[in-house]
Design a binder for this molecule. Structure first.
Ligand SMILES: Cc1cc2nc3c(=O)[nH]c(=O)nc-3n(C[C@H](O)[C@H](O)[C@H](O)COP(=O)(O)OP(=O)(O)OC[C@H]3O[C@@H](n4cnc5c(N)ncnc54)[C@H](O)[C@@H]3O)c2cc1C
Length: 391
């Protein structure tokens, strides 16, 4: 299936991708989202199933209307135009709280790199399935013995006589793997960094077992994924044999740029919510509470400024690298500060109720772990940006 199969004959894009200004694009997206607010609204039910269904529904509606295709290459089923159009769309979705910020962003984490490394025909076949909400993809990088030290991963891929590969090993913390149709998988094909090879794997391949793991916020957000003699055709390799480390390094900055823009917007909606709930409190706020809210705002504003600069560099064609670790440190700090402040401002809400604040507070604890831990980011800043050496 390609974009041609998913797009009705005679479809006319709502704006011209190459000539539209960011302001006009944003205004057109806003108009469309306002007109379709009722059909896109989040369901009242709070469950991961409902959230994943909502993700699919929102992406599909945005794809059918064309919006989800802007900023993606025409050759892979997109409508072309600059990457920044994707950031604008993500921001508008987050502003309206239509989907969970993190899960919507999985597109931004995985797809740019998949598209650059996959055979053009594979990218053209698969990307529209993701953008149109028909599929979910997952990221098979971390293993029980390889998280921060990703280069030590040991899930093995061995070439067979017919050119296909057979994979054995285990991944862990694979977000939404139980819903995913495909996985961007890192495997070991030889020793060292140059011995890591990436594949684009169908999750219904025989030999794959997915076991969801319950997090402390009570949601089976991620999984263990076992690979037992899983056969992967040769044409599912991303890049060439040994390109996996380069792919991972190219992917991580995306995880720390466009999708952060989305998360930051989402966190600002939570700050607004906090202000509204604080205003309803019966007791007069103490000066310390005001100061805490001010500090949370400043932390969010700081990461937003930084992320804006990163977006600009991306738009100018810059190759993002280790400097995006600064974005990650600022984001995780702001994320946790905001929910720490909610805990302070709304006494007992997080500890004693099942309100969304509790779930979000607990999830914010993961911000210094996912996408590379806070300690590792600081090591990267120290070694690769400040040239402070290994120890
Ligand atoms: C919510 C969530 C979603 C995730 N989703 C995915 C996913 O979809 N796909 C995927 O592949 N992975 C995913 N991960 C995994 C994530 O990338 C890893 O948890 C992370 O890279 C850390 O690896 P680890 O858990 O093995 O911890 P470890 O690497 O074992 O680290 C343990 C502790 O030791 C510290 N540490 C380790 N090495 C050093 C060092 N050299 N210097 C200083 N301190 C060090 C770490 O900072 C950490 O505090 C997810 C994680 C979370 C929390």
């Amino acid at each position: 299936m390609t974009a041609t199969d998913l797009v009705p004959a005679g479809f006319t894009p709502p704006v011209d991708a190459e000539t539209v200004s960011v302001e006009d694009y944003r205004a057109a997206v806003q108009r469309w989202l306002d007109e379709h607010a009722a059909e896109l609204a989040k369901p009242a039910e709070h469950s991961l199933e409902a959230e994943v269904a909502q993700l699919g529904k929102v992406r599909r509606a945005l794809f059918d209307a064309g919006w989800m295709r802007y900023g993606w290459p025409v050759a892979a089923g997109g409508l072309g135009g600059p990457d920044v159009l994707r950031a604008v769309l993500n921001e508008e979705i987050a502003e309206r709280d239509l989907t969970d910020g993190t899960n919507f962003s999985i597109v931004e984490v995985l797809a740019p790199t998949m598209v650059s490394y996959a055979r053009p025909e594979l990218a053209a076949e698969m990307l529209p399935l993701l953008l149109s909400g028909r599929e979910q993809w997952c990221q098979g990088f971390s293993e029980p013995g390889s998280g921060s030290d990703l280069a030590s991963l040991s899930t093995r891929a061995t070439r067979r006589d017919d050119g296909s590969w057979v994979v054995n090993g285990q991944k862990v913390w694979t977000s939404l793997a139980q819903y995913a149709q495909r996985c961007v998988l890192l495997t070991r094909t030889a020793p060292g960094h140059a011995g890591i090879t990436a594949f684009f794997v169908d999750m219904d391949s025989p030999g794959i077992t997915v076991r969801p793991l319950r997090t402390m916020h009570g949601i089976d957000e991620f999984c263990e994924v076992f690979f037992d003699d899983v056969v992967i055709p040769a044409d599912r390799m991303l890049g060439n044999e040994g390109d996996g480390w380069r792919l991972a390094m190219d992917l991580l900055p995306y995880e720390r740029s466009t999708c952060f823009w989305h998360r930051i917007t989402y966190l600002f909606t939570r700050l607004d919510m906090l202000l509204a709930e604080a205003a309803k409190q019966e007791t007069e706020p103490e000066a310390a509470t005001d100061a805490a809210i001010g500090a949370a705002y400043l932390a969010l504003h700081t990461v937003r400024c930084r992320s804006r600069d990163t977006q600009r560099r991306l738009a100018a064609g810059a190759h993002l690298g280790p400097e995006t670790s600064v974005d990650k440190i600022l984001l995780s700090t702001a994320d946790q500060k905001l929910f720490d402040t909610a805990r302070e401002v709304l006494p007992g809400t997080i500890e004693l109720t099942d309100a969304h604040w509790r779930t979000e507070y607990l999830y914010s604890r993961a911000a210094t772990i996912y996408g590379g831990t806070a300690e590792i980011q600081r090591n990267i800043v120290a070694r690769r940006m400040l040239d402070l050496g290994k120890e």
